[in-house]
Design a protein. Sequence first.
Length: 379
Amino acid sequence: MYFKLSEEHEMIRKMVRDFAKNEVGPTAEERDEEERFDREIFRKMSELGLTGIPWPEEYGGIGSDYLAYCIAVEELSRVCASTGVTLSAHTSLAGWPIFKFGSEEQKHKYLKPMAQGEKIGAYGLTESSAGSDAGGMKTTAVKEGDFYVLNGSKIFITNGGEADIYVVFARTNPEEKQKGTSAFIVEKDMEGFSVGKKEKKLGIRSSPTTEIIFENCRVPKENLLGKEGDGFKIAMMTLDGGRNGIAAQAVGIAQGALDAAVAYAKERHQFGKPIIAQQGIAFKLADMATSIEASRLLTYQAAWLEGEGLPYGKESAMSKLYAGDTAMKVTTEAVQVFGGYGYTKDYPVERYMRDAKITQIYEGTQEIQRLVISRYLSK
Ligand code: CAA
């Protein structure tokens, strides 16, 4: 066992922490309030190589690994969960399936500009009547000559409207459910593609979440990702890694809330001493810190497994389950430590609490994570 991060990982953590503190944190509250996505932050991330952390240099990346990527998502989310999920959806939901299943041509055409930060990626799986039951999607893709013609719509698309490249899933064989599903790379300018309703949300408000619509959207046949009928497995395998990115986001949110709670507990005096010296608060903070550390270890372990080419689907579901619940609990407790002040917008803990909730919902609800984990147990 070796619990020390490598020098490269420590260097990336420091770089992202400084960047997050100086470039992301100062506007986090304002962007949350205004529900404003800031493309300039994404551009600055690309200057640091953050938009292509795990991809080889030939595809525009910096040739690092999934652990480094998780550390980056964690550090960004520590100050702004919206920025964390922007990078997470871009990297693990859109970049990963192209890296893993794309042809050389697709990787050069799509992954490279994404890794270099010229283009933003998104992932379209969920539909209005197919959420947890992702295989129940209704969007169709019918082959017509050199094109697939897509019809239908997807909802809850992270980076929707801001993204240039969408990895989407549609039925190529309506007779079959999962086995009749295929994956496609869709560009925002393709005929018949449009962006629909933008959601107004409880949290991660500066990360856009939209509907995307396909009305006779003509996608060149070269943009089929993998083989026809492979789409459902591609979607599931993508989520295996994506879930760990959300775990990293949850760890970052929880850590940010704990940082704020500890600082406040040291400075706030009641009954003649700082509240951190009151056992009720001190023990609360100790429990928060312990849960965060356990979540972080699960997350790093799953990322390490992925980097080693070992199975990580179960571990990734576990990290997302545990870290998501930890983020919700820790942020709620952080508000409690702040008391009445924590309930106001004068302090960031209410934002952390609102942001934490989504980590229990997206990329598979906590109930779906339990389903995934229990299926591994019964195998
Ligand atoms: N890796 C590889 N193959 C997999 C797989 C995986 N992780 N999971 C399933 N499969 C394969 C199965 O082996 C099976 O193949 P065979 O028939 O050849 O054996 C096939 O896929 C069908 O699998 P299931 O029978 O298990 O499928 P199911 O319909 O029961 O669904 C599920 C399984 C786990 C419930 C799945 O539907 C699921 O994950 N649902 C949740 C969806 C989800 O997470 N959505 C989030 C969307 S993204 C998002 O949140 C937004 C964002 O932008 C952040």
